[in-house]
Design a protein around this ligand. Structure first.
Ligand SMILES: NC(=O)c1ccc[n+]([C@@H]2O[C@H](COP(=O)([O-])OP(=O)(O)OC[C@H]3O[C@@H](n4cnc5c(N)ncnc54)[C@H](OP(=O)(O)O)[C@@H]3O)[C@@H](O)[C@H]2O)c1
Length: 204
């Protein structure tokens, strides 16, 4: 829903999505390919990037931990960015912002790099720069909370996703741990990128 309703993907658009091997990002990346987008994934580390290239069919995958992340992202997006599906914020958004095309859409799904912040970061206030970019590039930036905003469209999702999974067009990966007592550590691991696929805590 975030990609299709807010992102409005069109054939040939460049779509950038981070946390691309997690459940949200991997699904967005693969639906983007089904809709004819050039998909540039972002993930933490070469193993995750290799998985994204080989299993999610993305056109490129960039490691956000690389020193020259912003340069690599620019090289992977020669036509700029039409849709940035926001999962993480922080340095990834800093790299994305100068590459956004006029009329770009940004579904804001999550900001995982910011969840542990207890105060605003040091440094210059860049809010006016962001607002200026929204104005000049006429960006659409819209947040959503999936079941608050789109519960009434769940049947559409279930219909399309069941078909795509059944046809082998959408792949998913799970990272399972056993025991309810593992839940706190499992959540910490998600926030620090130690999960590889959807984190599942098995309870008996
Ligand atoms: N709006 C909604 O209704 C809704 C619903 C569900 C989830 N969400 C949000 O969607 C996003 C993805 O959720 P998910 O369940 O699919 O999680 P996930 O991708 O399984 O886990 C989060 C991933 O974020 C990446 N990450 C962590 N710290 C980062 C940082 N500082 N910079 C860049 N990447 C970082 C890590 O992947 P790498 O190792 O690849 O960097 C980590 O594995 C989250 O922001 C979540 O809060 C929103």
């Amino acid at each position: 829903m975030g990609l299709l309703d807010i992102g409005q993907p069109k054939e040939g658009d460049t779509l950038v999505v981070a946390a691309a091997t997690g459940p949200v990002g991997a699904t967005v990346a693969q639906i983007g390919k089904l809709k004819g987008c050039r998909v540039v994934a972002i993930a933490g580390g070469e193993e995750k990037c290799q998985y994204a290239r080989e299993n999610l069919n993305v056109d490129a995958c960039i490691d956000h931990k690389a020193d020259n992340f912003a340069e690599q992202l620019a090289e992977a997006c020669p036509q700029g960015i039409d849709i940035y599906f926001e999962n993480v914020g922080g340095k990834v958004f800093d790299g994305v912002m100068p590459l956004l095309n006029t009329g770009a859409r940004i579904p804001v799904c999550g900001l995982v790099s910011q969840y542990n912040n207890t105060a605003l970061p040091d440094g210059p206030d860049r809010l006016s720069q962001l607002m200026g970019t929204i104005l000049v590039k006429r960006l659409t930036i819209k947040g959503f909370i999936i079941f608050d905003d789109y519960a009434h469209r769940y049947p559409e999702f279930a219909h399309d996703m069941a078909k795509w999974v059944g046809e082998g067009q959408i792949h998913y990966r799970e990272h399972a741990v056993d025991g309810f007592e593992q839940a706190p550590q499992a959540l910490i691991d998600v926030l620090e990128g130690r999960n590889f696929g959807k984190m599942v805590v098995n309870i008996k």
